[in-house]
Design a protein around this ligand. Structure first.
Ligand code: ADP
Ligand code: MG
Length: 213
């Protein structure tokens, strides 16, 4: 399949559902699944969240796609600005409390925009460019419902973790004004050789049983 054999793409992230690659400039998330509706929902939610400035920007002229690849399977391709996924690293630059308040703010914007993220426990779903945070990975997102959305619980546990993070001496605040990490070698994501949550080391992750609704 052409999208996985592209030699210009380097793997920079892997989650439970998708694999993220970069060409040095943009990040491409591929998700393969037979659950077309789920993929459509992720695409719709990501687009909406990006529009309101919460999810990573979709570069101008770049389009997401959802295609059938046979055998009842589909591939979703999301193109976005390439960022850095380590929210802890960002917290060391601005301080844990500041990082938390940005996350809380972004989450409120999402909710106001009608989206419940649904997977904010995962630190890697919070990405940054050295200047600000973005929330990504809308694979678990649903239409916001105040009674059912668990984001607030995730925020409480994030707050606890982040409140302990102090500004690191090796990360002076001035560092974050240096310009975006977009495409810079230092912005590489967590090692591609470090699979998360039981993901296989290579090959795109096929859809698994739903973790939760
Ligand atoms: N725009 C991006 N730039 C850099 N890395 C990213 C970007 N988007 C996602 N990633 C990394 O790839 C990982 C997997 O992407 P994610 O959307 O969370 O997939 P999954 O649905 O499989 O969890 C993320 O946890 C993050 O570390
Ligand atoms: Mg994820």
């Amino acid at each position: 399949m052409e999208y996985f054999n592209n030699k210009n793409l380097t793997k920079i992230g892997e989650g439970s559902f998708g694999t993220v690659y970069t060409n040095g400039r943009y990040a491409y998330k591929f998700v393969v699944s037979s659950d077309k509706m789920k993929l459509m929902r992720e695409m719709r939610m990501f687009r909406r969240a990006s529009k309101i400035g919460v999810a990573p920007p979709i570069p101008p002229g770049q389009k997401m796609s959802l295609k059938s690849i046979g055998n009842g399977e589909y591939v979703l391709r999301i193109v976005m600005k390439r960022l850095d996924g380590n929210v802890m690293k960002y917290a060391k630059i601005v301080g844990g409390n500041q990082a938390y308040s940005e996350i809380a703010n972004l989450t409120s914007q999402l909710h106001l925009g009608g989206i419940c993220h649904g997977d904010l426990y995962e630190l890697d779903n919070i990405v940054h460019d050295g200047k600000r945070l973005y929330i990504t990975d809308f694979s678990e997102s649903t239409v916001f419902n105040n009674k059912r959305c668990m984001d607030q619980n995730a925020l409480s546990s994030l707050q606890q973790k982040l409140s302990k993070v102090l500004i690191s001496a090796s990360s002076p605040k001035s560092k974050r004004r240096r310009g975006g990490l977009f495409g810079s070698p230092g912005s590489n994501m967590g090692s591609p050789n470090t699979p998360r949550r039981g993901s296989p080391p290579s090959a795109p992750v096929k859809s698994r049983a739903k973790r939760r609704i």
